[in-house]
Design a protein around this ligand. Structure first.
Ligand SMILES: [Zn+2]
Length: 408
């Protein structure tokens, strides 16, 4: 379904930023049998709302198509685990959580974050719509409900006497089609003095660093503190604090509390003022993004052509959603790429959406030693390069495509 009005404030005059054309679903990895038939393609258009500043895509793919058997297991990334560990330590101490508190995580994945609270004896509840991942979490001892989070579920939990001291929602408020249902649910589930901690990719980093590969159908919205605030205040929640964190190419961590218990802090106020200064509400800030993406495309594709022309071979590291967007929009397929490697065993043996490249374990790089490897999980550059030391010692070169093309 294509939306004609803003997902947050219902404004109708949305302005175009970038059109990626028709794209496959970024996480719809294919089996060998799937390759016989055409995968489903949907339009992917990024737009800006001049009324509330929210950057968003216009297409809503039904969530059942996107998130059933979702293959992304957070625990496979050391960077994410470390970020979760340090945040939970800070929250437990800062909010004096005890064995009578309750921490809820929306889209809790395999329990990668909540297990840190459980280890300190603090009761937790995970909410994770992907049944297979919810099962994994429960097996690991993290109580998890396999449902989509919305106002109805929050009402049910509240009626059972479950009220949260802390609600975490990491990279999920960008994903929900029922945006107001989710935010209303957070407001309903939160104790009067509770805090909701919302992490999401930061739209300023997306634009400044040409991170167009984080645009895919799962990501409906691309937030600033300003557009977050404009959304949450519709449900009686105020931005009490905000910080920038390095995850996923640059993210925001925003703290929301009930209007009655908190006011915008000096920190939050200064952050919002800084956003006004760089032009969060100005269409011109977003408009040049498309040109920058097309420049990146010609630079990367000519480098890959040159390598092939000189007899080189090229693999890809990362069967991520990011890689689906980049490979499909840039038109890079099996004429250029030998195969893709990924550390997630759930992805190995499958094929990439749209481009149909086979996915293997990272050990394949040492077996066949391609001259170059295009690193599409560039947001984990440091840990992947460390893991691939041997490939590099033997002469393998990594190409990092974003924010600009670099060869290591
Ligand atoms: Zn709006």
């Amino acid at each position: 379904m294509t939306e004609s009005e803003c997902r947050s404030c219902k404004e109708k005059g949305l302005l175009p930023i970038l059109s990626l054309g028709h794209m496959p679903l970024a996480n719809a990895l294919q089996t060998g049998a799937d390759l016989e038939r055409e995968g489903e393609m949907y339009p992917l258009d990024l737009v800006f709302c001049p009324a509330c500043t929210l950057v968003q895509i216009t297409e809503t793919v039904p969530p059942e198509k996107l998130f059933r058997d979702y293959l992304y297991f957070s625990s496979f990334s050391d960077t994410i685990l470390e970020s979760a560990r340090s945040l939970t330590t800070r929250v437990i101490e800062g909010r004096h959580l005890t064995n009578e508190s309750l921490v809820v995580e929306i889209a809790s994945n395999d329990g990668y974050l909540l297990k840190n609270y459980l280890a300190r004896g603090i009761p937790c509840l995970g909410i994770e719509p992907a049944q297979n991942i919810a099962n994994t979490a429960t097996e690991r001892g993290v109580p998890t409900i396999a449902e989509f989070f919305n106002e109805e579920l929050a009402t049910r939990l509240a009626a059972e006497g479950k009220h949260a001291d802390v609600i975490h929602a990491n990279n999920v408020i960008a994903h929900v089609a029922d945006l107001h249902g989710a935010v209303a649910g957070i407001a309903k589930l939160l104790k009067p003095d509770g805090v909701a901690i919302i992490e999401n990719h930061y739209v300023k980093d997306l634009i400044d660093h040409t991170e167009f590969d984080s645009i895919y159908h799962e990501h409906l919205c691309y937030y600033s503190a300003t557009s977050f605030q404009n959304l949450f205040k519709q449900h009686g929640l105020v931005l009490s604090d905000v910080e920038r964190i390095p995850l996923h190419g640059g993210s925001l961590r925003a703290y929301f509390q009930k209007d009655s218990s908190a006011h915008e802090t000096d920190g939050a106020h200064a952050f919002l003022a800084a956003e006004q200064a760089w032009g969060v509400g100005d269409y011109s800030f977003y408009r040049d993004f498309g040109t920058n993406v097309d420049h990146l495309r010609s630079e990367l594709t000519s480098l890959l052509r040159k390598i092939k022309g000189e007899g080189g071979t090229i693999a890809v590291y990362g069967a991520s959603a990011k890689s689906t967007t980049l490979l499909n929009y840039f038109g890079i397929g099996n004429e250029t790429i030998e195969y893709v490697v990924d550390r997630s065993s759930a992805k190995q043996g499958l094929f990439t959406p749209g481009t149909h490249l086979p996915i293997y374990a990272p050990e394949k790089l040492l077996e066949t030693q391609p001259s170059h490897t295009l690193l599409l999980s560039w947001n984990f550059e440091k840990e992947i390069l460390a893991q691939q030391q041997e490939y590099r010692v033997r002469g393998g070169r990594f190409i990092i495509p974003i924010p600009e093309v670099r060869m290591l």
